[in-house]
Design a protein around this ligand. Structure first.
Ligand code: SF4
Length: 329
């Protein structure tokens, strides 16, 4: 392939000259452009990027130039070569913040690094000890020291009220730690969930009433009573009843509970997804033809762990809270 035809896809047209010196200069520039691009690809993929992926992104860069450029980036310490499963991947070397933090001894650096690697899911003290192999008293001292310097913080996990996980000070804890919008200080906000439940249902009922009053044909009325997830989410967000920002997934969870209660039905339209996953979820309120009887509301019929439920197992009819509720109806 002539050199000039490889330059255009980079968006950097370079005027060719016949002199050998100019060709050398040109190759140098091409190398620099490829270097910047590969470095950028590594930075855009914090989990690492494989050689095949780089090749796909830079089809205009031949194998020799790619290898030379990657070797240069490795030798100058701008990227790292790592192993992920059976694959080799390249990762951009980030600025090592810990090197600027004036951390104390090696043990402190080690603990800091372990906590940093845990990300926003945090890490339990027992796992820190297991990873760093230090005594509990030493780990406790280091954690206290790091906490007092606001380098790390302890966050209570909703998974266990007495369990604290440690993460870097400026990280926003993951949903699995905080419990998301439904938890406040490890307490499940049942009243808040109930209000959201009512408001979502109210919106869908209003939509159904408007559609019914339009006096159009029954199919158009039915179609008109459906509302996409985005509309319900927007309605709830605009009501301003929540102090926390609710995501579409939060509202979907609420709508799911209404479906399980038999008050709402969902229809999934393929291909026209506003959510970007090729699916558009539509919801409408429904009036059951007959009120559900106690037997119809038996929880086992819609139980997702029905197959794993047996006496003596992790879930069983004896310890099932849903079964208890049903029996007390
Ligand atoms: S007893 Fe409870 S856990 Fe078991 S199948 Fe029924 S609802 Fe599910």
């Amino acid at each position: 392939m002539p050199l000039h035809s490889r330059l255009h896809p980079l968006g950097t047209p370079i005027r060719l000259s016949a002199s050998p010196w100019a060709i050398g200069d040109l190759k140098g520039r091409v190398g620099t452009i490829q270097e910047d691009r590969i470095l950028q690809l590594c930075q855009e993929n914090p989990d690492g990027i494989s050689d095949t992926a780089i090749q796909k992104e830079l089809p205009q860069c031949d194998a020799q130039l790619r290898v030379t450029t990657i070797n240069k980036l490795l030798s100058t310490g701008k990227i790292d070569l790592m192993k992920s499963g059976s694959k080799l991947i390249y990762k951009a070397k980030g600025v090592d913040v810990s090197s600027n933090l004036k951390l104390g001894d090696t043990q402190e650096k080690l603990v800091y690094q372990i906590i940093k690697e845990a990300g926003n899911k945090g890490i339990w003290i027992r796992d820190i000890r297991y990873k760093c192999n230090l005594l509990l008293t030493q780990v406790n001292k280091i954690l206290k020291n790091l906490e007092s310097r606001k380098l790390i913080k302890a966050v209570k996990s909703v998974a266990a009220s007495k369990k604290k996980v440690y993460m870097l000070y400026d990280l926003e804890p993951d949903r699995s730690v905080t419990g998301g919008a439904w938890y406040s200080d490890q307490d499940f906000e049942s009243e808040f969930v109930e209000v959201l439940n009512q408001q979502c249902l109210k919106y869908l009922e209003q939509k159904a009433t408007i559609s019914r009053d339009s006096k159009s044909d029954p199919i158009a009325q039915r179609n008109g009573s459906f509302a996409p997830l985005e509309d319900v989410w927007k309605y709830i967000s605009e009501l301003g009843i929540s102090k926390v920002q609710l995501s579409k997934e939060d509202i979907e969870t609420i709508l799911d509970t209404l479906i399980y209660d038999g008050k709402v039905e969902r229809s999934i339209v393929a291909g026209a997804g506003r959510s970007g996953d090729g699916q558009n979820k539509l919801y409408r309120s429904i009036n059951p033809l007959v009120p559900p009887t106690g037997l119809m509301r038996m929880p086992c019929g819609a139980c997702p762990v029905f197959d794993q439920c047996y006496e003596g197992g992790a879930v069983s009819p004896t310890n099932c809270v849903y079964m208890k509720d049903w029996l007390s109806m």
